[in-house]
Design a binder for this molecule. Structure first.
Ligand SMILES: [Zn+2]
Length: 201
């Protein structure tokens, strides 16, 4: 996939130092800690986008051992998202079904960002007919900063939203709010198909 680098606005402030990773989380390997639990959670998908799981969306942040047991940390997408409680329920149910004793911690700070979505999630969104979000800004993950720097000359072209159907950049926003508040409604001027654009956040 290509990096959808957008204009590099100043976003120097890092969220308060946290033990949680600040960026996408790769699929765990069998030799990594709590692999079994991570594997169970691979089956839990986003309530609104059933083709991507919570890890790929960046919602699943950690599986960690605490003094009082195993803890699964999730950060929901938008605090106002109606799917928020469903995500937590889905995680609890998946763990219970698999016989994993763990509690679920819903952490809302630092806030979820579309930058936490994995490259796989972006590809799946596109295949699902939703244009994936541009990076929300600089200063999140170090690797993105490097990408931004090298892609600077292409910044203006990258500001457009590519049609997930035909790939054309000849698109226009028809409504700032699409099927949900998280998305904008676009229309491709090439193939004339309307589509949702997942807004950077
Ligand atoms: Zn198109």
């Amino acid at each position: 996939m290509h990096a959808n680098a957008t204009s590099c606005t100043v976003h120097a402030e890092q969220p308060a130092t946290s033990a949680l990773p600040d960026g996408p989380i790769a699929r765990k390997e069998p030799n990594e800690a709590h692999y079994a639990t991570w594997s169970v959670l691979e089956s839990v998908t986003d309530p609104e986008i059933p083709v991507v799981n919570l890890r790929e969306m960046g919602i699943l942040r950690a599986v960690r051992q605490t003094a009082t047991g195993l803890e699964v940390v999730i950060t929901p997408t938008y605090s106002g998202c109606p799917a928020m409680s469903q995500m937590e329920d889905d995680v609890v149910n998946a763990l219970a079904t698999a016989g994993v004793a763990a509690r679920v911690l819903t952490q809302i700070a630092p806030a979820w960002s579309t930058d936490w979505m994995t490259p796989e999630a972006r590809e799946k969104l596109r295949a699902y007919g939703i244009a994936p979000p541009h990076p929300s800004g600089c200063g999140t993950a170090g690797v993105n900063v490097i990408q931004f720097a090298s892609k600077k000359t292409a910044a203006s072209a990258e500001l457009t939203v590519a049609c997930p159907q035909c790939g054309s950049h000849n698109t226009t926003e028809t409504s700032h709010f699409g099927s949900t508040a998280c998305k904008a409604l676009y229309r491709c001027l090439n193939c004339l198909e309307p589509f949702d654009y997942f807004k950077p956040y």
